[in-house]
Design a protein around this ligand. Structure first.
Ligand code: ARG
Length: 579
């Protein structure tokens, strides 16, 4: 495994040359070239360095190139335009990179962190409210969070998943009271078969029957007071609700387990401690009987500071209080160096304020990164939040069932000869992959319209397209028969070189996701890889080639297959050997 990516290496070399040219503090800013005539990589930082020193940029570029040590790495270096440096990677060097990646035992030449660079990353994701069944609103957090967990682990970090489930609050008074009404245990089993229906029933009782509403309030008090009977009902309810979630995680191929659940109720005992601490530190003050932290940096236009309420007038605690306790727990007990919150973008202000209070209270050491990994809403055709035709929220379980059904119809159309069980297995991988990839391929900060036809299309930047590209190479590799997997890689044709170059960029795509928490970077990379593969197929026969050309091309196919499989795997998407 190399200790840096090709891009990092080029950056470091141009940086060193800049320093030798007397501009040590300037930034080389090497990027993949945006056009073929710019070579493979372009250093864009020379102009800024020249400007701040009042130098002629082309003259500075010339000096930098004279100091640039890329022997054996670049085959061509050229100064272009007002002072860009264009670099073309030497074919033998690229071929060596391909070999390194092939020999890296699944690591694909992605530099992994070690020693002090290993971070403990706490990722808060999925985190559904357990009073109801998971719905489409939970898709994004679950899928994006899972991809980030996989990528960060792959790079060598320690990931602690935190499924911050909503398992506490007044709703549970209503729900447990309603369970009690249902009578003996099997009646409550039955009643909970459909959590959504049960919730609606309980809510209706609460709204329409004053006696029931009073009982529900009494159950809240008893729950908070630790009454064994109500606690027992509450646990029973959570068990059923959690098992729904687990079923969804399993079907989604998401790695969350019961061990990752650390819900809101886990912080109950800590809430008064946090509030007392904030008071002692002079951060929380009494305002209208509530405990409030006033935040100057979030003042309104008229200069009124934002109020971050940590305890209500009636003594109750809030979502906001729990998040402070959670930050403290993650920093202190989990020793997280980085915390990611994969939560709806509409909670942006909540997290900004929570992070601010946590910092002021000293709950997180200065070096710890706190990041709200926000995402947009899943919309329907009408541009409004995705709902069923009758206007209800779309249950995730039903959405996944529909995805597999649609994929099944598609597979049946394409390959009616396959046995039904096989078509079902393919449908599972393709249908679930399609939903996940469609979500991950969008920049997470934007909303998107849920569209079955696009996500299940075998053309464009979709899971089926990439899964199909994978099975196609696998079929080539199978038909190749026996060949030497240690064969030499030689890059002659432009399409071979371009494919190898794209393969060498995998590490950069993975590291970018680890850093920016934007999985769409990896999707865009994989789509480009598949495109480079198609151009390679068109220009370079593989099975009909002979001798070293054939084995070298088979090596390229093998690494492309590994890269597609690993890349999709990092997104939590499976592939098939045949489909
Ligand atoms: N349960 C919340 C919801 O459904 C999300 C929780 C996100 N995590 C957190 N630490 N606040 O909106």
């Amino acid at each position: 495994m190399p200790n840096q990516t090709l891009l990092q290496l080029l950056n470091a070399r141009v940086q060193a040359a800049l320093a030798a040219a007397g501009c040590a503090d300037a930034s080389a800013n090497v990027q993949p070239a945006s056009r073929p005539e710019h070579g493979d990589y372009q250093a864009n930082g020379i102009m800024a360095a020249a400007k701040s020193r009042k130098l002629n940029p082309r003259a500075l570029a010339q000096t930098v190139v004279e100091h640039l040590q890329l022997d054996g790495i670049a085959s061509h270096i050229e100064i272009a335009g007002p002072g860009f440096i264009n670099m073309t990677v030497a074919p033998d060097y690229l071929a060596g990179w391909v070999k390194t990646a092939l020999d890296d035992e699944g690591g694909l030449a992605v530099p992994r962190v070690s020693g002090d660079a290993v971070q403990c990353v706490a990722i808060d994701y999925s985190s559904p409210n357990l009073a109801k069944e998971m719905h489409v609103g939970h898709l994004r957090s679950t899928v994006i969070g899972d991809a980030l967990a996989r990528v960060l682990r792959f790079v060598g970090h320690k990931v602690v998943a935190q499924n911050h489930v909503g398992d506490w609050g007044t709703q549970f008074g209503m729900l447990t009271a309603c369970m009690d009404e249902a009578g003996p245990d099997d009646a409550s089993n039955l009643a909970l078969a459909d959590l959504e229906v049960f919730y609606r029933h309980a809510k209706k009782r609460f709204d329409e029957d004053a006696a029931f509403a009073n009982r529900a309030r009494d159950y809240v008090v008893r729950l908070q007071g630790g009454d064994p009977r109500v606690l027992e009902l509450w646990r029973r309810f959570l068990e059923v609700s959690m098992s729904h979630c687990e079923e969804i995680y399993r079907r989604l191929n998401v790695g969350l387990t019961p061990a990752d659940v650390y819900g809101e109720s886990a912080y109950n005992d800590d809430l008064p401690v946090v509030v007392a601490d904030l008071q002692a530190k002079g951060l929380a003050v009494t305002s209208d009987g509530a405990q409030v932290v006033f935040l100057d940096e979030f003042s309104s236009k008229d200069g009124v500071p934002a109020a971050y309420i940590v305890q209500k007038q009636d003594g109750g605690y809030l979502y906001a209080t729990t998040d402070l306790a959670a930050i403290r727990y993650r920093a202190t007990t989990l020793k997280a160096n980085r915390m990611l919150y994969v939560v709806d973008a509409r909670q942006k202000l909540h997290f900004q304020q929570a992070f601010s209070v946590a910092r002021q209270a000293g709950y997180v050491p200065a070096g710890v990164q706190l990041e709200h990994v926000g995402f947009g809403v899943v919309l329907g055709d009408d541009g409004k939040p995705f709902k069923t035709r009758s206007g209800d929220t779309v249950k995730l379980a039903e959405l996944l069932a529909e995805a597999t059904q649609r994929a099944f119809n598609l597979v049946t159309e394409k390959s009616p000869e396959l046995p039904e069980a096989e078509r079902q297995a393919v449908a599972q991988v393709v249908g679930i992959g399609a939903i996940k990839y469609f979500d991950l391929a969008k920049n997470r900060s934007t909303d998107y319209v849920f569209d079955w036809a696009s996500m299940l299309s075998f053309e464009g930047n979709t899971a089926p397209y990439l899964q199909y590209a994978y099975t196609r190479i696998k079929s080539v590799l199978r038909r190749a028969g026996e060949w030497d997997v240690n064969a030499k890689v030689t890059l002659v044709e432009p399409a071979e070189r371009q494919l190898a170059l794209q393969l060498a960029r995998f590490a950069d795509a993975v590291l970018a996701v680890a850093q920016d928490a934007l999985p769409n970077t990896l999707c865009a990379y994989l789509y480009e890889l598949a495109a480079a593969l198609m151009r390679f197929y068109e220009a370079c026969p593989v099975l009909n080639a002979t001798g070293e050309t054939r084995t070298s091309r088979l090596q390229l196919c093998r690494l492309t297959a590994d890269t597609l499989r690993t890349g999709l795997g990092l997104l939590g998407i499976e592939v098939l050997e045949a489909m």
